[in-house]
Design a protein around this ligand. Structure first.
Ligand code: PLP
Length: 382
């Protein structure tokens, strides 16, 4: 499975998922929960509490908007893909005045355009961005965008959808001064969907007291008090997922953040090099390391190729959205994925591409990936 989430769950975590359920109001669970909370702070690179919520990532972003905004406030939603645009739609649904910053799909958000918008709208209270825009494979320049917000006259909170960037790229929440950072369990954390994470700094929490949206389940002030105080959640959490997360966080600690980031970077370089060698090309201006969005070689239909990969070769990759569907595929490589799995997937992709009529030297894609992974030259006999 080479999809950008849910991703394959490592065996050690699957074993935990099969155990009898543990009750969440017990010492044993509180111990696990405390360890998970510390592990999340480490991955989020923050001293802020990282709340664990029982919802998918979208739920955590909605929780952020419910608690850190007021109805009628102005929001700039940085577009450029399905997820970036989702936060603007959410803002509208919650009664905010949303200004969408248009970004061409496949391109990076421009800090200059954001600066102009902030100049026009100095009363902006909330800026949202999907750091790693999984729908287009783009990594937006987060630090530059944040610097522009801080340099403007707007006293805006900067809310980051780090759903596929946290645990893949460095997102130093405290060092950069990110106000709100959200992620999800089924991505770099390689456990089943159902749990999301939300960290907010003091600036954001100060706004929570003024929020006027209706909320109950996602009342974060109550949730924070509970999680910080007793080490328990306000409501029944996705216990098994949290137990599995404890295991994966331990694996992540053993690997180390820098190695994790480097591993994902290598997957991204290997995947894009392979597609270039097979007559395709990368789609994103700056690729996120969680997924490679790739353009098809001449004459290959992405929808048919995806079906062939799934039905004949047993390899699942993701399709693209909108008008890009026939031209672009998204090959995921995040979580506990190692080079052997990426290369196995590429071997199937290479065969399926040849079968679909692409013209390139057999083995060229895999060879290009091997060169990235080994750092070696092509040793073909002259
Ligand atoms: C960047 C990004 N944001 C948001 C989401 C939505 O997350 P969820 O499906 O967990 O609600 C995804 C899911 O793929 C994503 O990749």
């Amino acid at each position: 499975m080479l999809t950008p989430g849910p991703v394959a769950i490592p065996e050690q975590a699957r074993e935990v998922l099969g155990r009898p359920i543990m009750h969440h109001r017990t010492e044993a669970f509180a111990e696990v929960f405390a360890r998970v909370a510390e592990g999340l702070k480490w991955v989020f690179q923050t001293q802020n509490t990282v709340l664990t919520l029982t919802s998918s990532g979208t739920g955590a972003f909605e929780a952020a908007m419910l608690n850190f905004t007021r109805r009628g406030q102005k929001m700039i939603s940085i577009g450029g893909g399905k997820f970036g645009e989702r936060w603007g739609d959410m803002g509208k649904a919650l009664g905010l005045e949303v200004i969408t910053m248009p970004v061409e799909w496949g391109r990076c958000a421009s800090p200059e355009v954001l600066a102009t918008l902030l100049e026009e709208h100095p009363d902006t209270a909330f800026v949202s961005v999907s750091h790693s825009e999984t729908s287009t494979g783009v990594l937006h320049p987060l630090k530059e965008l944040l610097d522009v917000v801080r340099a403007s006259n707007a006293d805006a909170l900067f809310a980051v959808d780090g759903i596929t960037s946290v645990g893949v790229h460095p997102v130093p929440m405290d060092e950069w001064g990110i106000d709100i950072l959200v992620s999800g369990s089924q991505k770099a954390f390689a456990v089943p969907p159902g749990v999301s994470f939300l960290a907010a700094n003091e600036r954001a929490w100060a706004r929570a007291k003024e929020s006027d949206h209706y909320k109950y389940y996602f009342d974060l002030l109550r949730e924070k008090k509970k999680q910080e105080g007793s080490g328990q959640t306000a409501f029944t959490p996705a216990i098994s997922v949290i137990l599995a997360l404890d295991v994966v966080l331990q694996m992540m600690r053993e690997e180390g953040l820098e190695s994790i980031w480097a591993r994902h970077e290598q997957h991204s370089r290997a995947m894009i090099a392979a597609w270039e060698a097979m007559g395709g090309a990368g789609f994103a201006e700056v690729p996120t390391h969680c997924v490679s969005a790739v353009r098809m070689p001449e004459g290959v239909d992405a929808v048919k190729l995806r079906a062939l990969l799934r039905d004949k070769y047993g390899v699942l990759v993701a399709g693209a959205y909108n008008e890009f569907k026939p031209h672009v595929l998204r090959v995921g490589h995040l979580g506990q994925v190692h080079s052997g799995e990426v290369m196995a997937g590429l071997a199937a992709i290479e065969a399926a591409l040849l079968e679909s009529g692409a013209r390139f030297k057999q083995g060229a894609g895999l060879s290009a990936a091997q060169i990235v992974y080994t750092g070696a030259m092509n040793t073909e006999k002259k």
